[in-house]
Ligand binder design. Structure first.
Ligand SMILES: Nc1ncnc2c1ncn2[C@@H]1O[C@H](COP(=O)(O)OP(=O)(O)O)[C@@H](O)[C@H]1O
Ligand SMILES: [Mg+2]
Length: 343
């Protein structure tokens, strides 16, 4: 499939192993509701345990890849989006490739012969999801992959680049290579904070990437964590103030003011740009329709980026983000029906 689009994502490709769990299981593995963490030794048995429970689902995952798949779905014609990351040479890797192919995303994976494809345990309890990522091969993405012919071709034809913050734990060098290309060529770079642990424990990496970001996305708990860590917006209690501060932070490219977008679950989305905050309400979804919130934020970004790629204004981008998120939370994992009905 040729790449005919303008949107490229780079991140950690993971296969989600998803199942409904009890509160006891969360307690047993010391997992907080609605959290996202990297697997430690104590979490390792969880993957097998989930797989052996009835109802297990294997779904293509990885935050950036989810957003790109959703954007691709909303844009329709195959080959509008491209994605890079590192997988293993195994069945899970093949499954990810197959999924990308079906969805119309051009994937250009780096392949690690020695390490298995990364997985993410998705623990669904009362509609909320907790994520435990075992990066495995995803952790071995190298800058050298960006020197391959196809990578160069994808990067030079792309106009918008997106990475979830999770990729900051893997290869900041790769990210900076792309962001420098974006700055040098007046292209757009979008970053997601992705999880409080990224802000708290990978602060230097966030600080390295943020100056390049034209768009910053995160949810309310990441916004609060950022405010708390950096003493902004009454230590993260005033999210509008945090958004304004992040928007006003130094920016490497002098062109375009930074746009900061905070989603807040079923509460309004906050957008800050050029000293001004605009709030966009979320259409409430009946509790009976909610299946699981896994991928809500990823889907929001996917919808937003699909419209941004078309040159739409912020209100339209946010509307598409809310719409995409509402579809994904009515289904298990970050999955969508075959046809996109968004107008
Ligand atoms: N309970 C909900 N009801 C309606 N919409 C929701 C709900 N949870 C999430 N969404 C939609 O998904 C978007 C992103 O959700 P959010 O929870 O902020 O992201 P994350 O998945 O990163 O935690 C929201 O802006 C909203 O459009
Ligand atoms: Mg949420």
């Amino acid at each position: 499939m040729p790449f005919t689009g303008k949107l490229m994502g780079m991140g950690n490709p993971l296969l989600d192993i998803s199942n409904e769990v009890t509160e006891e299981m969360l307690t047993k593995y010391d997992v907080k509701v609605d959290s996202a963490i990297l697997a430690e030794e104590k979490h390792m048995p969880i993957y097998k345990e989930l797989a052996e429970m009835p109802g297990v689902q294997y779904i293509a995952g990885g935050a950036t890849q989810n957003s790109i798949r959703v954007a691709q779905w909303m844009m329709g014609e195959a080959g509008q989006t491209a994605y890079m990351g590192c997988i293993g040479k195994d069945a899970f890797g093949e499954q990810l490739k197959g999924c990308a192919q079906t969805d119309g995303v051009l994937v250009h994976y780096m392949e690690d012969e020695e390490t298995p494809t990364g997985t993410c345990a998705v623990l669904v309890a009362s509609g909320e999801r907790s994520l435990i990522a075992n990066l495995a091969a995803a952790n071995n993405f190298k800058e050298s992959h960006l020197e391959t012919d196809l990578a160069k071709e994808i990067i030079s034809s792309s106009e918008i680049f997106y990475s979830a913050g999770f990729f900051l734990t893997v290869s900041v060098e790769s990210l900076l290579k792309v962001t420098n290309h974006a700055v040098d060529n007046n292209k757009i770079f979008c970053l997601n904070f992705s999880a409080p642990f990224i802000i708290d424990f990978f602060g230097d990496q966030v600080a390295a990437a943020l100056p390049f970001a034209d768009y910053v996305f995160c949810n309310e708990s990441e916004a609060e964590a950022y405010g708390k860590k950096h003493g902004l917006g009454n230590d993260g209690k005033d999210l509008e103030a945090v958004a304004l501060k992040v928007a006003a932070m130094p920016k490497t490219s002098g062109v375009r003011a930074r746009t900061v977008v905070f989603t807040q679950g079923s509460s309004c989305t906050i957008v800050a740009r050029e000293g001004k905050v605009t709030k966009y309400d979320v259409t409430p979804l009946g509790a009976d329709l909610l299946v699981d919130t896994n991928g809500a934020g990823d889907a929001f970004v996917g919808g937003f980026l699909a419209q941004l790629t078309k040159g739409a204004d912020i209100a339209k981008c946010v509307d598409a983000g809310h719409w995409a998120a509402s579809i994904i939370i009515q289904r298990s994992g970050c999955t969508f029906p075959e046809k996109c009905e968004y107008a």
